[in-house]
Every structure is written in structure tokens, then in C-alpha cells.
Design a binder for this molecule. Structure first.
Ligand code: NAD
Length: 417
């Protein structure tokens, strides 16, 4: 097994490379390497059986030079301050690369929500908001859902914040249910944004993807939506998909609706009639036109990168590729679109949700899609130009675009000249 890398160390390594190429000053590099603010707190909670448990909570505001901090809240048993820091850093580069007027933040609670009742989860969510209410807000820091946090949890947190402030301020948090100040189009926004990036890339590289093959690792929100949308919008034939229990393969193509229904009914894609079983490792090595990692971090490493045969990798998951594997894939001529550009559709529609909240006027689905498309297409164009001019991987090019924008805001503010 590859050694698990501290995600914040990876985030800093990637940033250092960008700072050097941009020729930023030591002071600027030092400032951008660490969060501007961190909050850690204990959350005592009465459980349904009357006992008390104490949870650890975090909110990191990594950088807000370009606008209020933005980033999800994760409820996970393995949540640590280091993961939150790394994700908050990546949020900073993500909002900058798609050029929306927000900074980067992230939050979390170390807990196992799968072992909690709805009542316990609601009390934990409200307690979390009580601890951060003085540091968040539509003009300060706007949380959103992340792993194991849902639109319902966002609704409880919004309600708690409005109770504390005595005002109607739905823009304090995004990813809310559509029936409670959410935005149309948030559900498939991450996958849709990734598909727009691949569409723009195929145009720029002169490729016609119609009828070509794709494989998808992970079959949750991102994976299921990218299955349907890559067929609908790109004409790709998805020949393999997988989840935590393993994968399925069918050379003729796998029907998105049938696979989603099978997963809903049985808990896994495995056993879908008309398909054969493959492992997650085999899926990653298939000779497809496009591979979509949409599950976990650290799945493409120096141990499998040289066996991979995909022509393009479009990262929907955060951190699926290690820095060593990045180098191997670039040398092999594989075009990789990095997570913080490729999966930025989610935060882009979160931003659109906030804009609608601020004006208290809600758009049609077509309007949301149009704005998402324009934002993702512009981001791809900016990154691809730098990658082509400098002959560097798209990940490094995306860092150069994003870090330069953040550094410029820091300079113009006069924090570091
Ligand atoms: P999810 O929980 O809905 O789905 C995750 C999927 O991954 C599940 O199908 C699960 O079975 C599968 N999985 C878990 N372990 C696996 C393994 N070992 N091998 C193969 N599959 C495995 O999560 P999601 O929202 O789809 O997020 C997936 C990735 O995309 C995460 O890295 C997340 O950070 C990233 N992401 C999601 C969004 C979003 O809006 N949903 C936005 C940005 C980034």
C-alpha cells in the first residue's frame, strides 16, 4: 500500500512550486503557505440515551483576500485539523481559478454521523453553528455541505444562524434544499462542471469524443451524475463504473439509469445484469478516452500510474493523484485536469446560490447552467493557455493562474507589497 501522505504537506508542496515559478517574494510565499485564521472548539452534546459526548470542531479561514471564505463542513470519524487546512487551501485556489469573488475555508467535526440519530445530528449541527456564528456570515465566511453533511444539515445550520442574528440571512450557507432558499442545478453541478471542462478540452485539443469510452471510479453524487452527463453532453460510452464494493464492465456501454437504480436497490453497482465484475484497480488501468476519478484521494500513485492507459483524466474527487503519479502521467502524455479546476462546478453553483439569496430572486435551471458553463469554460481557457505556453501540466498551470490572482489581491490590499 502507498504511504498515506499528509494532505496539507501535499498542498504546501504544490503551492511552493507555483510560488517559485511565479517569482513571488519569500514573505508572500510564507503568507500563502498557512491559514490566516483557525478555530478549534469542543462540542459537548447530549445523546439520545441521556449520556454526553464531546466532539472536536474546526473552521479554517485559509485566505479571504479575494472575498469571504467559502468551503464545506465535513462530518467524518477521521477528520483532522490537517485535512481541514488542506481542503481550505484547495478551496482558496479553487475559487480563484474559476475567478469567483470568494476566498477559501473549510470546516469539520470529528464524529461518525452514520452512528448518530437524526435528533443527535440536528443538535450537533446547531451546536456547530452556535460556535462559529460570530465568525461566519454572507460577508465573512459561507459554509456548505461536504462529506456526510447534507442539504437538511445546511437548513438546520441556517435556521440556527437566523435565530441567533434575528435576521433572514439564507446566504450564510449554501447547498440548502431548493425548497428553502437553495439553487436549482446544485445537485449535479460538480459533475456538470467537470463535463464542461472535458468538452472545452476536446475542442482545444481537436478531439471528437463522440462514441469514445469512459470509466468512472466512485458512484455517489459526482460519479452517478457524470455517468449520465458524459453520455448526454459528450456522447461518451461509459464502459466501467465502480463503488467501494468493486466495479462493473461492459464493452457496449453501461446504462446510467439502470446502474443508478441497481445501486439504489442493492447498495452497489456490482451484479448489474449484462455486466462483468472488475476490480477498482483494473478500472483505473482501462484504455479509455476519459477516466473520471470520483471517489477518494491517493488512488493514482507511483504504483499504478505507469500502467494507466487513459488518454485524459478528469479529477472530480479531491486529491486522487499523488505528486509522483502526476509526473509519471505527464511524461506519458496523459492530459490531466486537476481537481480544484475540474470539480469547481459545485462551488460555482454555491456562489450562484448566494447571489440569488442576496437579491432574494431565483433563477431558472437554464440560467444556472448557462452561468456555470461560462465560468467553467473561462477557467479552462485561462489554465490551458498557461499550460500550452509553458509546456507544463494543467495542475501546475491551474496553480499559477490561481495563486497569481490571490497574490495580486494580497498586494493590492497592501498586506504584502
Ligand atoms: P459520495 O459520498 O456521494 O460518493 C462517494 C462514492 O465513492 C460512493 O459511491 C462510494 O461507494 C465510492 N467509494 C468509496 N470508497 C471507494 C473505493 N475504495 N473505491 C471506489 N469507490 C469508492 O461523494 P461525492 O459527493 O460523490 O464525492 C466524491 C468525491 O468528489 C470526493 O473526493 C469529494 O470531495 C469530491 N467532490 C464532490 C463534490 C460534490 O459536490 N459532491 C464537489 C467537489 C468535490
Amino acid at each position: 500500500m502507498p504511504q498515506q501522505v499528509d494532505p496539507f504537506v501535499t498542498a504546501q508542496r504544490q503551492l511552493d512550486q507555483a510560488c517559485e515559478l511565479l517569482g513571488l517574494s519569500d514573505a508572500m510565499q510564507q503568507f500563502l503557505r498557512v491559514p490566516m485564521r483557525e478555530h478549534r472548539f469542543s462540542l459537548p452534546l447530549q445523546m439520545d440515551d441521556g449520556s454526553y459526548q464531546v466532539f472536536e470542531g474546526y473552521r479554517v479561514q485559509y485566505n479571504d483576500a479575494r472575498g469571504p471564505a467559502k468551503g464545506g463542513i465535513r462530518f467524518h470519524p477521521e477528520e483532522t485539523i490537517s485535512t481541514v487546512r488542506a481542503l481550505a487551501a484547495w478551496m482558496t485556489w479553487k475559487t480563484a481559478v474559476v475567478d469567483i469573488p470568494l476566498g477559501g475555508g473549510k470546516g469539520g467535526v470529528t464524529c461518525n454521523p452514520k452512528a448518530m440519530t437524526m435528533g443527535e445530528l440536528e443538535r450537533l449541527s446547531r451546536a456547530y453553528m452556535r460556535h462559529v456564528a460570530h465568525i461566519v456570515g454572507p460577508d465573512r465566511d459561507i459554509p456548505a455541505p461536504d462529506v456526510y453533511t447534507t442539504p437538511q444539515i445546511m437548513a438546520w445550520m441556517m435556521d440556527e444562524y437566523e435565530t441567533i442574528t434575528g435576521r433572514h440571512l439564507p446566504g450564510v450557507i449554501t447547498g440548502k434544499p431548493v425548497s428553502l432558499a437553495g439553487s436549482l442545478g446544485r445537485g449535479d453541478a460538480t459533475a456538470r462542471g467537470g463535463v464542461y471542462v472535458v468538452r472545452e478540452a476536446s475542442r482545444a485539443l481537436g478531439l471528437d469524443l463522440h462514441g469514445h469510452t469512459a470509466a468512472i471510479q466512485g458512484y455517489g453524487n459526482a460519479g452517478q451524475h457524470v455517468h449520465a452527463l458524459s453520455g448526454e453532453l459528450l456522447g461518451l460510452r461509459v464502459i466501467a463504473v465502480s463503488d467501494s464494493q468493486g466495479g462493473i464492465y461492459c464493452e457496449k456501454g453501461i446504462d446510467a439509469a439502470a446502474a443508478a437504480a441497481h445501486k439504489r436497490e442493492t447498495g452497489s453497482v456490482r451484479g448489474l445484469p449484462g455486466t462483468e465484475a472488475i476490480s477498482n484497480a483494473e478500472l483505473l488501468e482501462l484504455p479509455v478516452a476519459v477516466l473520471f476519478p470520483a471517489a477518494l484521494e491517493n488512488v493514482i500513485t507511483e504504483h499504478n500510474a505507469d500502467r494507466m492507459r487513459a488518454k485524459m483524466v478528469a479529477e472530480l474527487a479531491n486529491g486522487p493523484t499523488t505528486p509522483e503519479a502526476d509526473d509519471i502521467l505527464f511524461d506519458k502524455g496523459v492530459t490531466l485536469f486537476p481537481d480544484f479546476m475540474c470539480n469547481a462546478g459545485g462551488v460555482t453553483v454555491s456562489y450562484l446560490e448566494q447571489v440569488q439569496n442576496a437579491s432574494n430572486y431565483y433563477w431558472t435551471l437554464a440560467q444556472v447552467h448557462e452561468r456555470l458553463d461560462a465560468t467553467m469554460s473561462r477557467a479552462f481557457e485561462a489554465v490551458h493557455r498557461v499550460a500550452s505556453e509553458r509546456q507544463i501540466p494543467h495542475r501546475l498551470a491551474a496553480y499559477l493562474v490561481a495563486v497569481e490572482r490571490v497574490a495580486e489581491a494580497v498586494t493590492i490590499r497592501g498586506w504584502i507589497r
